[in-house]
Ligand binder design. Structure first.
Ligand SMILES: [Ca+2]
Length: 114
């Protein structure tokens, strides 16, 4: 996690909202936030985004279909995304990492998981 205390271990029942650091104000420089989501075996995870806006091609949210970044990357989000279709895991774990660089920050994002 970063100095702003972002990231964490999320579990069932459904939760959120989960946000980027300082949301709805802009996130900081050099953020590195990691979230793990674990729900009961046999369940899957659905991420639903309320908003997403990062510096395109420099600040990313990567979403992995498993317990770590060794798993397949389902989606890598960047830029101003007004409509993100729900992101669905194939198993009961998901791993997310948000990184920002030294320059230009934006509002970031907010999502819920079920
Ligand atoms: Ca940036």
């Amino acid at each position: 996690t970063s100095g702003t205390g972002c990231g964490g271990d999320l579990t069932a029942p459904s939760g959120g909202p989960v946000t980027s650091p300082n949301y709805p104000s802009n996130y900081g420089r050099k953020e590195n936030c990691e979230w793990s989501i674990t729900v009961p075996e046999g369940s899957i995870i659905i991420l639903t985004f309320d908003s997403f806006d990062t510096e395109r091609n420099y600040d990313f949210l990567s979403i992995y279909d498993g317990a770590s970044d060794n798993a397949a990357e389902i989606k890598r989000l960047t830029g101003d995304q007004s409509q993100i279709i729900p992101i669905i895991s194939t198993s009961n774990t998901m791993f997310l990492r948000f990184t920002s660089d030294l320059w230009v920050s934006r509002q970031g994002f907010q999502f819920n998981y079920t």
